[in-house]
Design a protein around this ligand. Structure first.
Ligand code: HEM
Length: 253
């Protein structure tokens, strides 16, 4: 993906029409398969200055696919009056310097920290061991297993990266599932036992937290199940995933 920034300084006489014309152009971007997303912002310090950010699937897709395609004529018709007002038009590549700020709590902190996740996994594995369908898979598990899984969840949910530093990170976690041949009924039981444990462990019950939690667990268990099949083609090295709030950040009233 590549990000294009277009900076405009729009003279007084064209400022009123600019947002309306760009709303028309945005309708074209919304239909363009090369466009991932876009955002137009206006400067509060200098209201004549506007910045349009467009994320394209690639620079070539923008320059050849979009500009050479059927939609470009319609796009250009909407923005042509403002071409002389462009001060900068460049493609930028994202760097590793990125991440969420402190304004939105991590799922780890919202859950109550690592202590809350340890409470959850203690309750969960008690239920797991008593379960006829998944219990036998865990018959030989270590006493520390619940704490290790809490450590994994803590890292995934934006807490300390202790599973990576102390337990071998993603490759180690993958290794625990290889060859286990987890079935779909077993995966589903694992998920429902974990979800049933949330209330008993006293984790937050707000819709946003529970939706994010379910999203991760559904994703993670499907990967674990796929990777556990004999002969599965697995991704052997990867960082521990980091899971966020998705489209519904925490409701703070
Ligand atoms: C989000 C999904 C999952 C996560 C985050 C997860 C996490 C983990 C972690 C971190 C370990 C290693 C613990 C350690 O370092 O000691 C592990 C081991 C294991 N997991 Fe999972 N797991 C998931 C899904 C599943 C599912 C769906 C099953 C089966 C129904 C399963 C069965 C096992 C088994 C059998 C082990 C090894 C137990 C032993 O040591 O004997 N996991 N899991």
């Amino acid at each position: 993906m590549i990000v294009e920034y277009i900076r405009y300084r729009v003279p007084e006489e064209r400022q009123a029409a600019f947002p309306t014309d760009y709303a028309r152009a945005a309708g074209v971007l919304a239909r363009a398969p090369q466009c991932v997303d876009y955002e137009l912002s206006r400067s509060v310090d200098e209201p004549a200055c506007w910045v349009l950010r467009i994320t394209w699937t690639s620079a070539a897709d923008h320059l050849e696919g979009f500009r050479g395609g059927d939609l470009f004529g319609e796009f250009l018709a909407a923005v042509r009056p403002y071409v002389p007002d462009i001060e900068e038009m460049r493609h930028y590549e994202a760097t590793a310097v990125r991440g969420p700020g402190g304004a939105v709590p991590t799922l780890h902190d919202w859950a109550g920290g690592t202590a809350a996740l340890e409470r959850l996994t203690r309750v969960f594995y008690r239920r797991v061991l008593a379960d006829d369908l998944v219990g036998p898979l865990f018959a030989h598990m270590d006493d520390e297993h619940p704490r290790h899984v809490a450590m994994w969840l803590a890292e995934v949910f934006g807490g300390p990266d202790r599973y990576t530093r102390e337990r071998g990170g993603y490759p180690a976690m993958l290794g625990h599932h290889l060859g286990k041949a987890i079935t779909e009924p077993q995966r589903r039981r694992w998920v429902s036992l974990l979800l049933d444990s949330l209330d008993e462990a006293g984790l937050p019950a707000d819709p946003e937290f529970r939706a994010a939690f379910v999203g991760y667990v559904e994703w993670g268990t499907r990967l674990a199940q796929t990777n556990s099949q004999p002969g599965a083609a697995v991704v052997r090295a990867a960082p521990v995933p980091r899971w966020g709030w998705g489209v519904a950040p925490p409701w703070t009233g």
